[in-house]
Design a protein around this ligand. Structure first.
Ligand SMILES: Nc1ncnc2c1ncn2[C@@H]1O[C@H](COP(=O)(O)OP(=O)(O)OP(=O)(O)O)[C@@H](O)[C@H]1O
Ligand SMILES: [Mg+2]
Length: 281
């Protein structure tokens, strides 16, 4: 696994929550304070969050933005105009912070999405003036960050659960299925008589997560059953959890119990895939 993972993820959290304090190589900073090195840009148009992240030439985060938005569903762009508008605003904010214009980016897609739909993702990037330099499947992108050689990466996002199995550092299998954080929020809304938006906030509130645990546990087990089905016939010793939904406390334990496979949650799982997408640019 990547020995610098925890530092990388906590730096990313800081940048994403609006923190400044980016410290790239001082030789690459102009007297004006503007970074002048090469950058790697990633765009993740997720079901729940749209994320834009900029890395310096050493693949360290220097700026980023994320926004809750329902512009894609299960990897498909369902609101093209909305996606372009949102990404344009996010890009402008990041550019203002950086002091220069972004010209290209990589993006990602859940495994198994038809190529025609993947092209729609690239078109969102072109729509905001970013050349799309590559599209990578999401769990494979996550492994640019994790750097595992053997095991399975499980990306539980808002809409879907993606799985990639690695052997000797190579992907040998990928899959993606509906079930993600949106389903957690839906069962919470049903059980507590709240709206989806209220349920979404309750779910992410650390003060509510213990009380709500019994309500969401069956959805966690559903994720476990998806994992079990896809790893059948592969020898998998360890699962690595990424994707925002895996931030729910106890998720790793439920998946470990359900699958009987050692399960690792490597730091904040929310930005692993977007970071890995940027590394592809
Ligand atoms: N602290 C938290 N506890 C529980 N769930 C969380 C937390 N933070 C974020 N989430 C959930 O994580 C999900 C978003 O994760 P992520 O950004 O990985 O998904 P996405 O990439 O937008 O979706 P997908 O990959 O399915 O297209 C949302 O459902 C959100 O409610
Ligand atoms: Mg995602």
């Amino acid at each position: 696994m990547n020995p610098n993972l925890l530092t990388l993820l906590s730096e990313t959290d800081r940048i994403m929550s609006g923190g400044n304090g980016w410290h790239p190589d001082p030789n690459l900073i102009l007297p004006s304070g503007v970074y002048r090195g090469m950058v790697h840009v990633g765009v993740d148009l997720g079901t729940a969050y749209t994320v834009l992240v900029v890395l310096d030439e050493n693949f360290q985060p220097i700026a980023g933005e994320y926004q809750f938005a329902q512009v894609t569903r299960d990897g498909l762009v369902v609101d093209f105009v909305g996606a372009v508008d949102l990404l344009r605003r996010m890009k402008a904010k990041v550019e203002e912070r950086l002091g220069f214009t972004l010209t290209s980016a990589a993006s990602g897609y859940p495994p198994g999405v038809p190529q025609a739909e993947v092209r729609a993702t690239a078109n969102v990037l072109y729509g905001v003036g970013l050349e799309c330099t590559g599209l990578v499947d999401e769990p494979t992108a996550a492994n640019n960050v994790l750097k595992i050689r053997d095991g399975a990466v499980v990306d539980v996002g808002g809409g879907t659960t993606g799985i990639a199995i690695f052997k000797d550092g190579e992907v040998v299998y990928t899959a993606d299925e509906p079930t993600g954080g949106t389903h957690f929020s839906l069962v919470i809304a049903g059980a507590t008589g709240t709206s989806f938006e209220e349920a979404e906030a309750l779910k992410k509130n650390p003060g509510e997560q213990t009380r709500l645990f019994p309500i969401v546990r069956p959805v966690m087990e559903k994720v476990g059953s998806i994992v079990n089905r896809h790893i059948q016939g592969h020898h998998v010793d360890r699962l690595y959890l990424v994707g925002g939904t895996c931030a729910y406390p106890g998720m790793d334990k439920v998946i470990e119990e359900y699958t009987g496979i050692e399960t690792v949650l490597p730091g904040n799982p929310l930005f692993v895939t977007p970071l890995g997408i940027a590394m592809n640019n």
